[in-house]
Each structure stands twice: as C-alpha cells, then as structure tokens.
Design a protein around this ligand. Structure first.
Ligand SMILES: O=C(O)CCC(=O)C(=O)O
Ligand SMILES: [Fe+2]
Length: 247
C-alpha cells in the first residue's frame, strides 16, 4: 500500500494523530473495531461524522486512500459528497456572503473522542490547536470553487457561536444532499482514493459490531493553507488595545 500510494505524492507520516498508526509503518493509520492488545479499538468510531481529513491542521490532506482488509457481512459503508456541487447549487447572494467567511476548525469536535483514551485525546488537542480555513476554497488544480465545511467547525471567525450555528447547520446539511453523494459498499481488498480538497466523507456504522471491519489508510500531505486561530485572537486583542489607546 505504501509503495503504490506514495507514487501519487508525499505520504503523511500522521504526526497530527500519532497514536493510531500501524506500529511499524507511520504512514499507515488503522481504522478498525478490532480489539488491539486485548483492549477495545479506539478507532472504531473514526470518521463517523461528515468531514474532510485533517482540516484541523494547517495542511489538510490532499488525497486519502482506504484499503478494506476485513469487512462485516452487511454494511460498514463509506459515503462521499461532492463539494463542487455543494457550492455551485447555492444562490449567488449566498455564495457572495460565504466568500468572505472563514471557519474555526477544532480537533476536539471529532466524533467519538469521549470513547478514546483521555490522555491521548489531550495530547491530540495540544498537538492540533484550532486553525482557520476559508469556507470557500478554490481547488489548486481545477480552479473550481468548492465548499469547505464539515462537522469539525466550531464557529465562523468574528461571529458568535449562536450566529454561526444555524448557517453551519444549513451548510453541513446542504453539502451532503443525497444527489451530491456516492455510497461505497466495500468488497474485500477494495482500495478507494479520493481528492480530499473537494469532497467530504463519512463512515457509516451500519453493521453488526460483533463482526470485524479493518481498514488501512494512507494519505498525501496537502498544501499549507489557513492560519492558527490563537495568532488571530492575539492580533485582535492587541488591535483592540491599540484602538482603545487612541480613542
Ligand atoms: O472508515 C471509513 O469508512 C472512513 C474513515 C475515515 O474517515 C478515514 O479513514 O479518513
Ligand atoms: Fe476521514
């Protein structure tokens, strides 16, 4: 898997989420409900809310690869949604409004963190302080605009959580309208690859949990985009102080 997928670009060594790597290959993440060392797997619920990979970092993933090594007899699907369509089907005035918006992406909003080892979760949060990304991105290769949202966004920059929530909720619902999606029902040894910059995906936990689902994942490092939230917050505070000083 490493040999094949690295032929597309530089593989992510998974420094943002080091605990869920294959012990001997840091490029491989294991997504499974299979107990590891006699303990329940911490990645059993990985990816079970709509997201693009690593948007909580300054280098969201360029492309991801998922290989199915064991599967339940029924279900355990993955759904993908087209973020070009999500953008293009919005009205012009709303597109213009969104063009100026930036979102705060927060690792602590990953679904199922409450079921993982609290020490690892605390370390993950420390490794990945909140970051800011534009809500509308222009794909660097196609030049097309797409929506860049998901369920790991806390709020929009400069707006309160109360103001952000209804817009965010609408966007996250609209972005995954059934007509924009493809649902993959896995066969053993299928390898799916997706452009993470213009899609979202979700793992559907629609299977018998007494059966094993075992997936291997590699990913291509993306371009550095966005900026740290803390730096912005500090800059805003010092600007407020300056303004207070002159007024
Ligand atoms: O297990 C899946 O179907 C997807 C998990 C996921 O979000 C990922 O590997 O990036
Ligand atoms: Fe994912």
């Amino acid at each position: 898997m490493i040999e094949f997928t690295s032929s597309f670009g530089s593989l992510d060594p998974n420094d943002a989420a080091p605990y869920y790597r294959d012990p001997t290959h840091k490029e491989i993440l294991i997504v499974t409900n299979k107990p590891l060392d006699g303990k329940p797997s911490e990645t059993a619920t990985a990816g079970t809310s709509w997201h693009s990979d690593r948007t909580y970092t300054l280098r969201p993933t360029k492309a991801s690869f998922l290989l199915c090594k064991e599967k339940p007899s029924v279900g355990g699907d993955t759904i993908f949604s087209n973020m070009y369509k999500a953008y293009e089907t919005l009205s012009r005035p709303f597109q213009e409004f969104l063009d100026k918006l930036e979102a705060i992406h927060d690792v602590s909003l990953i679904k199922g963190l409450d079921k993982r080892d609290p020490e690892k979760v605390a370390a993950m949060k420390k490794l990945n302080p909140p970051v800011i990304h534009k809500v509308i991105q222009t794909h660097p290769e196609t030049g097309r605009k797409c929506l860049f949202v998901g369920q790991r966004i806390r709020s929009f920059v400069g707006m309160t959580e109360a103001e952000s929530a209804p817009i965010l909720s609408f966007l996250n619902q609209h972005a995954v309208s059934l007509e924009f999606t493809y649902r993959h029902n896995w066969s053993l040894n299928d390898l799916m690859m997706w452009d993470n910059r213009c899609t979202m995906h979700i793992a559907v936990p629609n299977y018998d949990k007494s059966q094993i689902r075992y997936m291997l994942r590699t990913a291509l490092l993306g371009e550095e985009i966005g900026r740290r939230f803390e730096e912005t917050a500090k800059a805003e505070v010092s600007m407020e102080k300056e303004l207070a000083a002159v007024s």
